[in-house]
Design a protein around this ligand. Structure first.
Ligand code: T4K
Length: 371
């Protein structure tokens, strides 16, 4: 009797060895110190600053809260130039701070914000640029930061996908005024839920500390109006364990990416992004862009065929955030035509360290069936 194959999802959380995690959390039963910047929280912040190559790391309960509070900490007003080719968190973080997102188009070759589209969008209300290192592809940081300097704007990178990525040897968190990392369960490195801001700015770290802990200065003084964005000790313990294995995690992912590339390269109508020069990738995502005219089939049709075989690829990022229903037509998606085109054609294939190469092969076979 043929065995039914287990479904394959776009990703699958990497787990540290069970005993390693249990041994790490065991002391918490003695200390009973479970949150509010405990020992593991502090240890992880230090280790991550080192790993990410950035002077300071401020930990959060999740990446979204880190971004939202970071925007608040800078006291931004008016308009923020950003990209619609991202997870909805990026846009929500701007709007939930009472700011207006202004969408710049992306580059077709790496899906990051096109610096040539920025200056035309700057008005006297613009206070910041919030680009995304999407799929871990590094933005054109030099060009973006030059524009920001010229107009006196803050640059906050959404580096949710860029854990461990380096550009010319510099960690992704070392660019701009601040960078947000996500440590969600679906990421290359995770703390179950979690996130961080990496920055060189000590004052920002102090402001974030207050904002993530109700604005408390000490037991008797609350001199800020803050939220609760603290990472707890179980999350931090998971982070410490996963950090021990992250090198191996990235190597395994690399192997799968190289295999996908080998199988899909040169196929008419498929675009696979080249590795960026001078950038060391974390192999977080594997996006494929389908040109329906040349491939003979569109993205949605391939998506459905894969699904019928129990393979759940994802359309990261479709719809674009400027087209989402919650904004009720407030933004004009036609103003970002490249992002629209990529959003309509992209499929991110399953990618996680435990994915067997035979399964990657099967995914390619199904994908190429009619192509
Ligand atoms: N900025 C960007 C650019 C981002 O991509 C994200 C998050 C953020 C900001 C915000 O950071 P966080 O606040 O999340 O830290 C997933 C993740 O939930 C989200 O973190 C991530 N981006 C986004 C790209 O992907 P969904 O809604 O697609 O997740 P879901 O539940 O459909 O899971 C996808 C697959 O992952 C599942 O099919 C199976 C696997 N999975 C999922 C979970 C929850 C696991 O293996 N383990 C798990 O625990 O958003």
């Amino acid at each position: 009797m043929s065995q039914k194959k287990k479904p394959i999802f776009v990703t699958r959380s990497s787990m540290p060895p069970f005993e390693e995690y249990v041994e790490t959390i065991r002391p918490l039963w003695d200390s009973c110190w479970l949150t509010n910047m405990g020992t593991y929280h502090e240890e992880l912040a230090k280790k991550l600053a080192d790993y990410l190559g950035v002077p300071f790391v401020s930990l959060f309960v999740n990446g979204h809260m880190a971004l939202e509070l970071c925007i608040q900490a800078f006291g931004l007003t008016g308009e923020v130039i950003t990209t619609p080719f991202t997870f909805v968190s990026t846009t929500h973080a701007i709007i939930r701070n009472g700011l207006t997102p202004v969408f710049a188009d992306i580059k077709e070759e790496d899906f990051t914000m096109d610096p040539e589209k920025i200056e035309g969008l700057i008005t006297d209300k613009t206070t910041a640029i919030l680009p995304v290192h999407v799929y871990g592809n590094m933005c054109d940081t030099e060009a973006i930061e030059e524009i920001a300097k010229k107009y006196g704007l803050k640059v906050i990178y959404d580096a949710a996908h860029a854990f461990g990525v380096t550009k010319k040897g510099r960690g992704a968190g070392d660019f701009g005024h601040a960078s947000m990392f996500s440590f969600h369960a679906t990421k290359v490195f995770h703390t179950i839920e979690g996130g961080a801001i990496g920055t060189k700015d000590k004052n920002l770290v102090h402001a974030l500390w207050k904002l993530k802990d109700f604005g408390i200065r000490d037991e008797e003084v609350v001199d800020g109006i803050g939220a609760n964005g603290k990472m707890n000790e179980f999350q931090a313990a998971m982070g410490l364990c996963n950090l021990n294995h992250v090198h191996e995690e990235i190597e395994k992912r690399k192997n799968i990416v190289l295999h996908y590339r080998e199988r899909l390269k040169g196929r008419k109508g498929l675009f696979l992004k080249e590795e960026q020069q001078n950038v060391c990738s974390n192999y977080g995502y594997f996006p494929v862009i389908f040109n329906p005219e040349l491939f003979g089939e569109d993205r949605d049709s391939v998506f459905l065929r894969l699904k019928s075989h129990g393979i759940h690829a994802r359309k990261y990022f479709y719809p674009l955030t400027n087209a989402m229903e919650c904004f009720q037509g407030r933004f004009d998606v036609q103003k970002t035509p490249i992002a629209k085109k990529i959003g309509d054609r992209v499929l991110t294939l399953p990618l996680f360290s435990q994915l067997p190469l035979e399964e990657a092969d099967r995914i390619c076979d199904i994908l190429l069936e009619n192509g």
